[in-house]
Ligand binder design. Structure first.
Ligand SMILES: [Zn+2]
Length: 96
């Protein structure tokens, strides 16, 4: 039985594994306090077939503790490589 992979792919949401494969970042936004952050999807402890919009439901804001987090694929120019360069130049935040 042949599977029509492309058909199911079109209706499926973007998944964590898609971001990792395409070297894209995960954008997380706290709808309570407005804090936003770009995350490396490879560091998120969820299955790679986890839908990106649902990742936010498993997250908690480190600033205000809210669980109302929105997550989307980040459209940062240059993707994760450009962002890693930026991270490298940033000071460590310590326990904050
Ligand atoms: Zn917050």
């Amino acid at each position: 039985m042949a599977k029509h992979v492309s058909q199911t792919y079109q209706t499926a949401p973007v998944r964590l594994g898609d971001l990792i494969a395409e070297h894209k970042l995960l954008w997380a936004y706290c709808t309570t306090c407005g804090r936003e952050r770009d995350l490396d999807p490879a560091t998120i402890p969820l299955p790679q077939d986890y839908p990106v919009p649902d990742v936010g439901k498993r997250m908690k804001c480190s600033t205000c503790g809210s669980k109302k987090i929105e997550t989307r694929p980040e459209l940062y120019p240059g993707g994760i490589f450009a962002m890693r360069e930026r991270w490298r130049g940033m000071p460590e935040c310590g326990s904050a």
